[in-house]
Design a protein around this ligand. Structure first.
Ligand code: CA
Length: 536
């Protein structure tokens, strides 16, 4: 054998066998997948989306849009933590994966998920952060999760089944653990890492060093902060989602410090909140003025959490840059749903409306995505599994109900791409008392059917005469805030007929049962213990 070839082969065998295997085939190397997800991050609080209040600058999240693709119409199947996560993992709707609500459901980890399939395909897989599916993760070589909702400060975690303790702020810790795992991985294999943050979930507790991040800025209010729900039906009027009634002064508004703070940490907390709380108490605010004050406190705390999420994404992107991994790593930033930031007077999620069912989605993958792309196709959380599998060259199981959006990342839209996204929320009457609803969202319209599950609740006497089974239609081009239903308006007769047909077509195609399983609505007894609105 020629000495030069022999030397070259020896070097190859010794140091670069996987590289030889890859270069010998025409198949591109499998991309790494780094899926960063927040919990309850509203798209209104991502500066790349340019919301009119200009609530916060998120330069690191925006980098993903500038260097990749921003999705303007990304929706979730069921705007609630657990159900959205179950849909993301399985590529199926709630009635298929069985995780309908956060009060009684446990995720069946024996189901087919993309982490399991990627693990079988040779990926190193890890899940770090907030899981919230009630059973242990499956399909991961390594996992470290917060128990339940987890804590913001000094959070205990569960690492591969064992309790561990951490000191510090949860967003920093989840990022540190993610970077540690990336650093110790086998660099000859592709990886798939889920870095799923707890922030900015209620009770919105910022990092201590970020408490004064906005220097007591006054945030613009949304036009609908004092919505009277005229032009809409019972569901919007009879709910427990308002800042006015349901945002608690204690933990939510920071009149009670989190118990998990150390004495030193509590001192920093008190230095920020106590003088501001005392100034508030002196004013004796009531009515709208009190709601306006709560809105400002809420925005400060919520956006303070986002500040840390964005800073920590910067750390992860720097690691990818420094190690040369950026080019063939798909970095996804998204949230398990959106969140109301005062629109309709609300916080929380659950509704089919834009602030709730729509979430941010930004993806960078320099090997494939043209920098600065903007996509306006209807994309859903049920599409992630199919997309990751196709990007990794793996077959997509027939059970999955979404579509791979790999072609969209490559810059072309399939001619048969969906024109209406199906949505279905169940959990009722627990907690925020948002009524069950299903419908479709298109690029212009939202059609929703509110219905009353017979077994779940009895209407209070004062509401019994108001229809609790009805449809609404919103023309978001003329009414972007979804303030006035045009259902039944003759001018929309054709749109209404077509969209109702589309709802029923999709219900059949997705194998929705004609009658919901009664377990879907969760436990009517579930209520937060300390909630002032809780039934006595
Ligand atoms: Ca959530």
């Amino acid at each position: 054998m020629n000495k030069l070839i022999q030397a070259s082969l020896t070097a190859t065998w010794l140091f670069a066998l996987p590289a030889l295997a890859e270069s010998a085939s025409t198949v591109a190397p499998k991309p790494n997948i780094l899926f960063i997800m927040a919990d309850d991050h509203a798209w209104q609080a991502v500066s790349a989306y340019g919301e009119s209040r200009h609530l916060i600058q998120t330069p690191n999240i925006d980098r993903l849009a500038n260097e990749g693709m921003k999705f303007n119409h990304f929706y979730v199947n069921n705007a609630l933590c657990g159900p959205s996560r179950a849909a993301i993992l399985t590529g199926t709707y709630s009635h298929i994966n069985g995780f309908y609500n956060n009060t009684t459901c446990k995720f069946d980890g024996s189901q087919t998920t993309y982490p399991k399939l990627l693990q079988k395909a040779g990926y190193q897989t890890a899940m770090i952060g907030k899981w919230h599916l009630e059973t242990d993760p499956t399909g991961f070589d390594h996992w470290e999760i917060l128990p339940g909702q987890g804590r913001y400060y000094n959070p205990p975690m569960i690492r591969n089944g064992k309790q561990v303790k951490h000191d510090g702020y949860v967003t920093d810790i989840i990022t540190d653990l993610s970077l540690d795992w990336l650093k110790q991985r086998d660099t000859n294999k592709p990886f798939m890492l889920l870095c799923w943050q707890k922030a900015p979930h209620r009770e919105w507790e910022p990092a201590l060093h970020d408490l004064d991040f906005d220097h007591d800025r006054i945030y613009l209010q949304p036009d609908s902060l004092f919505d009277d729900y005229s032009g809409r039906g019972l569901a919007e009027r009879d709910q427990n989602t308002t800042i006015e009634k349901m945002m608690r002064m204690n933990e939510d508004c920071k009149f009670v410090a989190p118990k998990s703070l150390t004495p030193e940490q509590k001192k920093i907390w008190d230095e920020y909140y106590v003088p501001r709380n005392e100034a508030f108490l002196k004013k004796n605010l009531t009515g709208h003025a009190l709601t306006e004050w709560k809105y400002q406190r809420y925005l400060h705390d919520y956006l303070g959490c986002i500040k840390s999420v964005d800073d920590n994404i910067g750390r992860i992107l720097k690691y990818l840059d420094d190690t040369g991994l950026a080019t063939n790593t798909i970095v996804i930033y998204s949230s398990d749903q959106g969140f109301f930031l005062g629109e309709h007077g609300w916080f929380d999620k659950r509704w089919i409306f834009q602030e709730s069912a729509r979430a941010p989605l930004l993806i960078r993958w320099p090997a494939t995505i043209k920098a600065g792309s903007v996509n306006s196709n209807l994309v859903g959380n049920i599409d992630f599994a199919e997309t990751f599998l196709q990007a990794a060259g793996q077959p997509i199981p027939r059970r999955m109900q979404g579509s791979s959006f790999l072609p969209l990342l490559q810059g072309s839209t399939p001619t048969d791409w969906r024109t209406a996204f199906y949505y279905h929320y169940y959990e009722y009457p627990a907690f925020h008392r948002v009524r069950p609803q299903y419908g479709v969202i298109t690029d212009r319209y939202t059609l929703v059917h509110f219905y009353q599950p017979a077994a779940a609740d009895k209407e209070p006497a004062e509401l019994a005469a108001i229809p609790n089974d009805y449809w609404e239609l919103f023309d978001r081009e003329k009414d972007p805030g979804e303030m006035r239903s045009v259902f039944g308006d003759p001018a929309y007769a054709e749109v209404q007929t077509n969209l109702m047909q589309e709802v029923f077509r999709q219900r059949t195609q997705l194998k929705e049962p004609a009658k919901d399983d009664p377990i879907a609505f969760g436990s009517p007894d579930f209520w937060p213990v300390s909630d002032p609105q809780a039934p006595k």
